[in-house]
Design a protein around this ligand. Structure first.
Ligand code: NDP
Length: 304
């Protein structure tokens, strides 16, 4: 019997597990096939306070996880397939187990890659189209690749790719990047990194693998086709909310609404990290959410 089940193993879930276990709450973390969440795909974490040496997202997340395990939290690699709420307790079903009468649940399921939804994207995924430079970058040694997007993910991954590929072209729909200024500065000073401003991808073209992309300039509507070996799509995220869609706890865009204590409108149900409606999605803010949620959960459990 667990007092708390945390769904999702990313920085928010790991921080909550650490705090909950230290408060002697019987805690289980159910994580899917990507322990550490999206951060584990990040090449180097540069802005997590206190960590100055070059640490990969994967290494940082494993340190967090091990710390929670040492504190007493239990971890299982099981995807939750069913989630119900009844009589102030929760029921969860995974492919191998059922958990019932759980008094508190923390949703820390994070987000997934947003798709461009253009012709060729689906067909060439895994054959030149990728959503992760650190995973697939090495396939493009000395090749020419395009990175779509202008946020932190796109520019950071593009910088990573400049160390492998011959040429990296960042295609952005505006003429200003959204990425952190310090990352922008690095990008503008990298010789094999180029920018296609005010441009959107209309089509990804190829035979067995990607060969070209068709771009449209949104200011003058001119189109052009450029030869390319790979396309990395990094245009943001969508919330992993499929289990919670019927609970009426999300906003219009699908992110979970909580108060500042991470409480949803359902008693005993909390949310933390990127899945939550919030202004800044970073490891630092996810960890803060997780810690806050765990303390609030402890207080809630004490009232039962
Ligand atoms: P963001 O939402 O920050 O950026 C998405 C980018 O993709 C924007 O430039 C956006 O353009 C563009 N875009 C969105 N939709 C489309 C579309 N349909 N077609 C073309 N372009 C599109 O997402 P990120 O994944 O970059 O970052 C998510 C969060 O994670 C952010 O809070 C970010 O700061 C954080 N992060 C931090 C890192 C770090 O090391 N500090 C690393 C990675 C992520 P536009 O600008 O015009 O809206």
């Amino acid at each position: 019997m667990y007092d708390l089940i945390i769904i999702g193993g990313g920085p928010a879930g790991y921080a909550a597990a650490l705090y909950a276990a230290r408060a002697e709450i019987n805690t289980l973390v159910l994580e899917g096939s990507l322990p550490g969440g999206r951060i584990s795909l990040t090449d180097i974490i540069e802005n997590y306070p206190g960590v100055k040496e070059k640490l990969s997202g994967f290494d940082l997340s494993q340190i967090m996880k091990n710390q929670a395990i040492e504190a007493g939290a239990e971890f299982k690699m099981e995807n939750v397939e069913k989630f119900n709420y009844e009589n102030n307790t929760f029921y969860l079903k995974t492919y191998s187990s059922e958990y019932s009468k759980i008094p508190s649940v923390l949703i820390a399921t994070g987000t997934n890659d947003k798709k461009l939804s253009v012709p060729g994207e689906k067909e060439f995924t895994g054959r030149g189209v990728s959503y992760c430079a650190t995973c697939d970058g090495p396939f493009f040694k000395d090749k020419k690749v395009a990175v779509i997007g202008g946020g932190d993910s796109a520019v950071k991954e593009a910088l990573f790719l400049t160390k492998i590929a011959k040429e990296v072209i960042v295609v952005h729909r505006r003429d200003k990047l959204r990425a952190e200024k310090i990352i922008q500065k690095k990008a503008f000073n990298t010789p094999n990194m180029y920018f296609q401003w005010d441009s959107i991808v209309e089509e990804i073209i190829g035979n067995n693998s990607v060969e070209k992309i068709k771009l449209k300039n949104v200011k003058d509507n001119n189109t052009k086709t450029i030869e390319i070996d790979g396309v990395f799509i990094l245009i943001g995220s969508i919330p992993n909310n499929s289990l919670f869609k019927d609970l009426n706890i999300t906003d219009k865009t699908g992110y979970i609404l909580t108060d500042e204590n991470m409480k949803t409108s359902i008693k005993g149900l909390y949310a933390a990290g990127d899945i939550r409606v919030k202004s800044l999605r970073q490891v630092a803010t996810a960890v803060g959410d997780g810690a806050t949620a765990a303390v609030q959960i402890q207080e809630y459990l004490e009232t039962l």
